[in-house]
Design a protein around this ligand. Structure first.
Ligand code: B12
Length: 637
């Protein structure tokens, strides 16, 4: 059976002869080829040649953004517009939109002048990013910065022409042949609202806009819907068998109610329309899926790709297989940290594979892959070893044998957890409610009212505001509320503090302590860090945000300048975690290690790592970060 036949059988829910194995090699390959660290035997070979030589399927799922036909293919990334060999369409801007492009050192600024206003975007994609295994561009400046930008961007999408164009896609299919299945790219977002979230607005501001500018957003989503509909029609008539229909879901970012309302209906629509044409819909599900398990199952998608199970996320592989495999095909299953010597020993790696073969028995609807990809420093012998074991033990149907789950943090039932209720304080109930509801406008006159009645500012702050923020903190921890509620409550807090501050003793908020925080060098993830900062600010810390991609020297400079009680470091990539150690060592070398407490966080970290690098504390989430920060400054109130 060819690799292609194996994959198609798994997608259709039939039994191939053995487990299909399609490891994603591109990030590993590009990073090592550019860094001159490609193993000798692979030098001069392409990733496809390497995969074919080992008898693996060719991973033709994610577009090769680092290797496009021409610059224009990804030029309009800031608007989420891509025209690649992997897409079966191209687009044409309305003729009355004037576009000005400036590019310098991997940074591209584009201004779009439309008859109803101008918008601009800046994207970055440097050689350094490629070397560190980044395959996609980073949006530094988002198109929508405030309410007035909605109209211009809406105008572009409403008047955009989408034209079928599949010559290059057909050529690519021929080149890949029996080696695999070429996924066409629908878009990197799964619905119009998801597109707005991923491309148009900064990750954190999105939630404020979603709350404040509902009408504008809804209108824009409708205009984008026209664009999405056209793409669906073109794909339906194209030679593609499978479509990459967006993804990067995460139970925090695309929290369950948002996913259900804004994303799921479009996955259903795509699956219906394309399903009728005998095509399949695949979504990139590489994030934390615990709270989304049932919704993804019900979404109608045919393939959940880049599934990254425990221990890298909360959901164990057997849970995925049990919950989904009667309905959709799971692609992935080997979390990338299994390939890294820092996180996984050879013995642990083999034990994971023993477990894995049993967790996915009998192996139907399963395509094995590294999720989301082989990391730049991944041990390549392990990629080979997985292939060897599949060849030996992956004949289908697999036998479950004496299955014993590995002791991961077992999946928790979010719905059953209830955190502490608010204790209403009669005098301050209205303020408590404003904070809980995120009423950032209404809270100001309410505070003025209380001040006019002669109530002490310190009491309003402590009994009214902070007591409510602590409840939000707890509810976030227990999964009762999600990012938007936290951000909106924190915003109400901050607005209220502005009114309160002149009345506080000394005319200034007596901060719990000063915290400086940033995402370490090489790492561009900032949603979690922003949330931690917002929450800290909300409970009374003074916060300074150093942003993303912050080198050790910058952290040190700022610590010397600002003399904070706490330095917070965030990292989401296994490749950037070592940066944290460098920062701590530099603090030591500069003789200021004992002047500041260092707390670290980010999805791939744990308590042990924090101890090993000499940090003062680690917290798994924003609520934990607040408690940790209080402990570190010795103020538990
Ligand atoms: C959204 C996302 C992106 C977005 C980031 C948008 C943004 N503005 O941040 C985009 C699409 C740009 C992106 C890019 C990439 N990503 Co990414 N991404 C994710 C995803 C799906 C969610 C991350 C997130 O924001 N979660 C929600 C927030 C709220 O949670 P959080 O960040 O964990 O933060 C919480 C805690 O960790 C903690 N915390 C965080 N910081 C701190 C700091 C302190 C001091 C404390 C105490 C606590 C704390 O509190 C937070 C709030 O509760 C994860 C999947 C995952 N499981 O994490 C992958 C993931 C992190 N990405 C990954 C990869 C591989 C990449 C890319 C290399 C992909 C590529 N092909 O180019 C690039 C790298 C770019 C770069 N150089 O950084 C991998 C990393 C693998 C690894 N372990 O190394 C992951 C795990 C996906 C996967 N399954 O493989 N990504």
């Amino acid at each position: 059976m060819t690799q292609r036949e194996r994959m198609l059988k798994a997608i259709k829910g039939e039994m191939p002869d053995r487990l299909p194995y399609f490891p994603r090699l591109d990030l590993w390959y590009v990073a090592n080829a550019l860094g001159g660290t490609l193993p000798e035997k692979y030098k001069g070979k392409t990733p496809d040649e390497i995969a074919r030589a080992h008898g693996w399927g060719l991973h033709k799922i994610n577009p090769q953004y680092h290797n496009v036909r021409r610059t224009e293919d990804t030029l309009h990334w800031g608007l989420g517009l891509l025209s690649l060999k992997e897409t079966v369409y191209k687009f044409q801007f309305p003729s009355n939109v004037d576009i000005q492009v400036k590019t310098k050192n991997g940074r591209t600024k584009i201004v779009y002048h439309t008859p109803v206003g101008s918008i601009s975007t800046t994207t970055i994609y440097t050689e350094e990013m490629k070397k560190s295994g980044v395959s996609a561009m980073w949006i530094e400046e988002h198109a929508i910065k405030d309410k007035k930008d909605y109209q211009a961007i809406g105008y572009i999408f409403e008047n955009m022409k989408i034209i079928p164009c599949d010559q290059d896609f057909r050529k690519w299919q021929q080149e890949v042949g029996d080696g695999g299945v070429c996924f066409t790219l629908g878009g990197r977002a799964s619905s119009p609202m998801h597109h707005i979230q991923k491309y148009f607005i900064n990750g954190t501001d999105f939630y404020y806009h979603y709350h404040d500018y509902q009408k504008e957003m809804r209108t824009l989503a409708e205009k984008l819907g026209i664009f999405f509909d056209q793409i669906l029609q073109i794909i339906a008539e194209s030679p593609a068998e499978v479509v990459f229909w967006g993804g990067n879901f995460d139970e925090m970012i695309t929290y369950p109610s948002f996913f259900q309302k804004e994303i799921l209906p479009w996955i259903q629509k795509a699956s219906d329309i394309l399903g009728k044409k005998g095509k399949y819909v695949s979504c990139h599900c590489d994030g934390e899926n615990q709270g989304l398990l049932d919704l993804i199952r019900e979404s109608g998608m045919h393939i959940a790709e880049a599934i990254c199970p425990a221990p890298m996320t909360k959901v164990p592989m057997e849970e995925y297989y049990k919950r989904w495999s009667d309905k959709l095909t799971i692609f992935g299953g080997i979390p990338s940290i299994m390939l890294l010597s820092e996180s996984t020993t050879d013995e642990e790696f083999e034990a994971y594979l023993d477990y894995f073969f049993q967790a996915i028995a009998p192996g139907k609807r399963m395509i094995v892959g590294i999720a989301d990809s082989v990391p730049p420093k991944g041990i390549f012998e392990r990629v080979i070893r997985i292939g060897e074991r599949i060849e030996k033990e992956g004949k289908l149907p697999l036998e479950a044998g004496g299955f014993r789950p590995i002791e991961w943090k077992i999946i928790e039932d979010v719905s059953k957890k209830v955190s502490k209720e608010i204790i209403w304080d009669k005098e301050f109930q209205i303020i408590q409610n404003d904070v809980l509801e995120g009423n950032h406008e209404g809270i100001k006159p309410h505070i003025e009212n209380l001040l006019n009645q002669g109530i002490k500012a310190e009491d309003i702050l402590k009994r009214g505001m902070i007591s409510a923020m602590e409840v939000i903190n707890e509810r976030f921890k227990s999964g009762e509320v999600f990012i938007p509620e936290v951000l909106l409550s924190a915003r109400a807090m901050n607005e209220a503090i502005k009114v309160l501050e002149p009345y506080l003793a000394g005319g200034k908020l007596a901060a719990k302590g000063k915290v400086i925080m940033g995402t370490v060098k090489g790492d561009l993830h900032d949603i979690g860090k922003n949330l931690v900062l917002t929450m800290l600010k909300g409970v009374g810390f003074e916060t300074i945000d150093l942003g993303i991609d912050v080198p050790a020297e910058e952290f040190i400079r700022k610590v010397k300048e600002e003399k904070p009680e706490i330095l917070g470091l965030s990292a989401l990539l296994t490749t950037t975690m070592p940066q944290m150690k460098i920062v701590i060592e530099t603090l030591r070398k500069e003789g200021i290690r004992d002047k500041v407490k260092v707390m670290v966080g980010g999805a791939p970290l744990n308590e042990k790592f924090a101890r090993d690098i000499g940090a003062d504390g680690y917290a798994p989430d924003a609520a934990g970060a607040v408690n940790l920060a209080k402990q570190l400054v010795g103020k538990n109130q």
